[in-house]
Design a protein around this ligand. Structure first.
Ligand code: SF4
Length: 434
């Protein structure tokens, strides 16, 4: 039997897909042509309207293109969030598998497509079919979230925090480094809260200490840090430990205390200004990334202009933004959603314009620098240049890339030194230093 899979949504969903295929491959071949598939799996995202639309469009397009007698299975956040009503709404799908059912995946696949998996076979993080290039890996250190931000549906889908043990994560990273991984991206909903559920205290630094003892030449990147628990202990450890990238992905969502309160988020403008200053002082080469929401209920023009002032004061290297969209079942449904879409859009564009100028200026300062930890991620036919990243650029479509000219042929994952010659808001351009 052959299986074809599509994975939508975030890097955490990608890891789930890799684990699901780790089980599937025990009895089926994984194929990249849907016409050869007896089983088609779509792993979905559902945290905002546009993600749900993409999931439903993808499901119908798979149904259209797959073999008529093949089975279609849909899993992930759409299946979890709407598990009660969705199968009635989409009879085209042979089986919706909610995230809470992943432990029974072997039995479910046997029921759906008459395969012969041992019932006690379970998905696990050490047995994945990786979808990322060998030099980089996503490592999901926990699932779910203990926070209840007023706009966010993720706790409704993924539940409360469920951390893996330090031993389990260390064993996975050890294996991946042995297999050649250089960039280890730690992901979760709230990486700073790691371990609080199983160890009754914040354990992210202890986890990092364990990972940094793994022999080998690799680097660790932390994604999804919650501002008010980016502790001095964590900042100091990241500053002194060479294996940890000086990359701070801290989605703050807003800068104004009044709005943070309405968002049911902890922290304050003053605290965050102080935290970013501390990071920049200890690590002048640190990359700061954040995410903002504009147009949240109660956000007045003054709050918005203060937010713009905040991003100009902090000078984030990377900033992504969303216009507020109301999610059913979230606390924000109690708020008056009175800010007009055109106002939200205008604020979004204005914020991104300001950020563009900040990023341009910060990248300009990098011209002339020698970046000695770049790795090749691809080749751009148009510019005849290689594409590379280093600690400054996370592996997703928010962060840009480095364009590199080289007189020799370079391999994917190859590590090189680059002299930066030019820049714009999102990318750096340079030449290989031999
Ligand atoms: S920290 Fe807030 S925004 Fe992030 S997943 Fe948790 S509830 Fe959602």
């Amino acid at each position: 039997m052959n299986c074809y899979m599509v994975s939508l949504g975030c890097a955490k969903n990608k890891v789930d897909s890799e684990m699901i295929l780790g089980l599937v491959k025990k009895k089926m071949n994984i194929v990249s042509d849907i016409n050869e598939a007896d089983l088609v799996i779509c792993n979905t995202c559902a945290f905002i309207e546009s993600a749900r639309k993409e999931a439903i469009d993808t499901i119908f397009s798979l149904k259209e293109n797959m073999q008529p007698n093949a089975k279609l299975v849909v899993c992930g956040c759409l299946a979890q969030r709407y598990k009660d009503e969705i199968s009635k709404l989409m009879p085209e799908v042979d089986r919706f598998i909610a995230i809470e059912e992943y432990k029974d995946l072997a039995k479910i696949l046997n029921d759906v497509c008459n395969s012969k998996y041992d019932y006690d076979t379970e998905i696990n993080s050490l047995d994945r079919v990786y979808s990322t290039p060998n030099y980089m890996r996503y490592v999901k250190i926990s699932e779910g979230c203990l926070n209840r931000c007023a706009f966010c549906a993720i706790p409704l889908i993924r539940g409360n925090l469920q951390s893996r043990t330090i031993e389990d994560i260390t064993e996975e990273v050890k294996k991946e480094v042995l297999e050649g991984a250089y960039e280890i991206n730690l992901i979760s909903q709230d990486t700073t809260k790691y371990g609080y559920d199983i160890y009754r205290k914040l354990k992210i630094v202890d986890l990092l200490k364990s990972l940094c003892q793994i022999p080998g030449d690799f680097k660790i990147r932390l994604l999804y840090l919650y501002p008010d628990i980016v502790t001095d202990e964590l900042i100091n450890f990241m500053a002194k430990e060479p294996k940890i990238m000086h990359y701070f992905d801290i989605p703050i969502q807003h800068s104004e205390d009044k709005i943070l309160k309405k968002m049911l988020r902890r922290g304050s403008r003053e605290y965050m200004l102080e935290m970013f200053k501390k990071i920049r002082t200890l690590m002048p080469d640190a990359i700061l990334r954040t995410t903002m929401i504009v147009g949240f209920p109660y956000e007045e023009e003054e709050d918005f202009s203060n937010m713009v002032k905040f991003i100009e004061d902090v000078k984030f290297d990377r900033l992504g933004a969303f216009t507020f969209s109301l999610e059913e079942g979230t606390p924000a449904t109690k708020y008056p959603n009175t800010i007009k879409e055109n106002v939200k859009q205008r604020r979004y564009e204005e914020l991104m314009d300001h950020q563009m100028k900040v990023s341009e200026a910060l990248n300009k300062e990098k011209e002339g620098m020698i970046l000695d930890d770049c790795f090749i991620i691809g080749y751009d036919e148009e510019s005849y240049m290689y594409l590379a990243r280093n600690y400054m650029f996370a592996p997703d479509d928010i962060d840009g890339v480095i364009y590199v000219a080289s007189r020799r042929e370079l391999e994917l994952g190859e590590r090189i030194k680059v002299k930066v010659l030019d820049s714009d808001a999102y990318t750096l351009t340079g030449e290989e230093v031999l």
